[in-house]
Design a protein around this ligand. Structure first.
Ligand code: DX5
Ligand code: ZN
Length: 217
């Protein structure tokens, strides 16, 4: 299974975001992970659709947009129009996650669903047919730089649920990914790793080597 790395621009220099996206693209990022927070669903405020739209010309890589906003439904089309390729939502962000996923698919985008550390996998067992990506949070969402919660059994269970569908569904892990924790997540079945701090903390000269190290090359 090929491992893909999704640097989270939450840890980038927000004053130079376009340049940062070009730099991680050139450094070998597979997805560009964009963390959208509303100060309500999570205790932080970040990026809206206008910023996603402004970044779109800076990379042709997959824009992996992680929506931590509630209600989420009124904003799905805005992020689709802004250039998101994958739109990931939390089941708690609206009353009807099945409908939300249908909305994403109807807009021609890939649909992801994200589970907080305390949210059981059973929350998505009846929507797997609509899902292109399962995101297992290994921190409580809201901030970069937190410690990895070792939910390795949950990742393994998610891998089994995906295998049972017979479809190609990404299994992404987000939060506290480092060169120490990446191999654990991969061994448990993850194939896409989100990394903010671990990619950006050493500065642009190290983006390529950091991405390579996380991939385990
Ligand atoms: C947390 C975000 C993550 C975060 C990861 O709410 O969803 O994507 O940026 O940051 P690190 O890799 O620093 O834990
Ligand atoms: Zn994220």
């Amino acid at each position: 299974m090929s491992i893909r790395i999704a640097p989270s621009i939450l840890s980038a220099d927000f004053a130079r975001l376009g340049e940062e996206v070009r730099a991680i693209d050139a450094a070998g990022a597979d997805y560009i992970h964009i963390d959208v927070m509303d100060g309500h669903f999570v205790p932080n405020l970040t990026i809206g659709p206008a910023v996603v739209k402004a970044l779109r010309p800076h990379s042709s890589k997959i824009f992996d947009v992680h929506l931590m906003i509630s209600p989420v439904d009124p904003f799905i089309k805005d992020f689709a129009d802004a250039g998101a390729d994958i739109i990931t939502v939390h089941p708690e962000a609206g009353a009807h996650v099945h409908r939300t996923l249908q909305t994403i698919k109807a807009l021609g985008k890939k649909a992801g669903v994200s589970l907080n550390p305390s949210t059981p996998l059973s929350a998505i067992s009846h929507v797997m047919d609509l899902v292109d990506l399962v995101l297992i949070m290994t921190v409580n969402p809201g901030f970069g730089g937190q410690s990895f919660i070792p939910l390795l059994d949950k990742i393994s269970e998610a891998r089994k649920m995906i295998a049972a569908t017979g479809r190609a569904i990404d299994l992404e892990v987000d939060g506290g990914i480092t060169v120490q924790t990446a191999p654990q997540a991969i061994a448990a079945g993850a194939d896409v790793l989100v990394a903010g701090t671990a990619v950006f903390k050493q500065g642009p000269d190290h983006y390529a080597s950091s991405i390579k190290a996380l991939r385990g090359d």
